[in-house]
Design a protein around this ligand. Structure first.
Ligand code: MRU
Length: 372
């Protein structure tokens, strides 16, 4: 049983129950490779039903990413990596390089903000280029081995993020999170929820406030589903509750994930993240971003350069066929916003806790890890 509510315990002093050594099978994951296909837990069906989708072609993976059956920046990158493996399924007579290039283009066009997608495709192209001269089977074997390593590395990174984060928490903290940055959004374990989980196991989280996260309810549907599985106490709140909760002293920490972090630390995450950071700043509440190094984008200078996905307005004005706004009303649906670096207390990565000046600490983390 995790230790809870330990008075006076600094959370970095509680011994770890987790180890860096992990494999895909040791952690709940929303993605699983089954011999010749990729299975995805369909997140559009949660929490009502746990349905696994079977993808045998990159087109099916791309469609699943577009409609958010698989979502969250790291999980999108991993799904795309397995999608590249599926591009090698054709007959020996077909053009392997064309199939691969078409799959990479299609997968790359699905969601623009999550940099983990471009990150995975760029690496996949290199793996393919090295193996393809030896034929289809060699390319498939190399890509599968690589995709599995991307998957396992993400879980290991998330567990390390959790370990680094523990020192940031104090006993009985109430933590607010937005959207879903848990196991469902990653290879497993989660980033923001991984942080919360590690801090909870160290006795440092009394309760989580779960923003419902309009319009697609990743908080109330997915984060709540995960916290219930983990046995972590939570309450679901409307997105507009944060100001009231924070001003009443009911929030000690805010932890969110990220879709892309620019070189200067500006962070794109689910729409509604930026106003939380403003509120946190106003009230002196630490605002943390938890993300693997694969979410840091050395090629993007500032938040202004991050492409922001705009989704169908109907996601706001309708819900499963029911009209939520008058017939003919149109919605404006930015999927993400950008939080300026000066509102971020720290970015928690597998390489450690990065603080301002972020341009220097991000560059240092990327250099040390050999990621640039
Ligand atoms: O549109 P979504 O559900 O893919 O948005 C997800 C988020 O905004 C997450 O916070 C982010 O991808 C980090 S997931 C570890």
């Amino acid at each position: 049983m995790p230790a809870r509510f330990l008075p006076g315990v600094r959370c970095d002093t509680v011994p770890s129950s987790s180890s860096a050594a992990t494999s895909i099978d040791e952690e709940f994951s929303p993605l699983r490779w089954r011999g010749d296909c990729l299975e995805l837990l369909d997140q559009t069906r949660l929490p009502a039903a746990e349905v696994w989708l079977r993808c045998t072609a990159p087109e099916e993976v791309a469609a699943a990413i577009r409609r958010l059956a698989v979502r969250g920046a790291p999980a999108i990158g991993i799904a795309a990596a397995y999608g590249l493996v599926l591009s090698t399924s054709g007959a020996e007579s077909e053009n392997l390089a064309e199939d691969f290039a078409a799959a990479a283009r299609l997968l790359g066009s699905t969601r623009p903000t999550a940099v983990n997608l471009a990150w995975a495709l760029e690496r996949g192209r290199k793996v393919f280029a090295a193996a393809a001269p030896d034929g289809r089977d060699a390319a498939r074997t190399a890509l599968l081995e690589w995709a599995r390593s991307v998957h396992a590395d993400d879980i290991a990174a998330n567990r390390a993020i959790g370990r680094h984060a523990r020192a940031l928490f104090a006993a009985n903290d109430r933590v607010l999170t937005h959207c879903n940055a848990g196991a469902l959004a990653t290879g497993g374990y989660g980033t923001a929820i991984g942080v919360i989980r590690a801090a909870f196991e160290a006795g440092c989280v009394a309760q989580v406030w779960v923003d419902e996260t309009r319009p697609l309810l990743q908080g109330s549907r997915l984060t709540a589903w995960e916290l219930r599985r983990l046995g972590i106490p939570f309450r679901v709140v409307t997105d507009s509750s944060a100001g009231a909760l924070i001003s009443r002293g009911l929030v000690q920490k805010i932890v969110v994930g990220a879709d892309r972090i620019a070189r200067n630390g500006d962070t794109a995450n689910k729409i509604g993240t930026y106003p939380l950071a403003v509120l946190a700043h106003r009230h002196g509440v630490p605002f943390y971003v938890a993300a693997p190094l694969s979410t840091l984008d050395a090629d993007t200078a500032t938040g202004a350069d991050i492409p922001i996905e705009e989704r169908a307005g109907a996601e706001i004005t309708e819900w499963h066929g029911a009209q939520l706004a008058p017939e003919g009303a149109t919605g404006m649906n930015f999927a993400f916003d950008v939080t300026p670096n000066e509102l971020i207390a720290a970015i928690i990565t597998e390489a450690g806790v990065l603080r301002a000046p972020f341009d220097a600490t991000i560059a240092g983390a990327l250099d040390t890890s050999g990621r640039r």
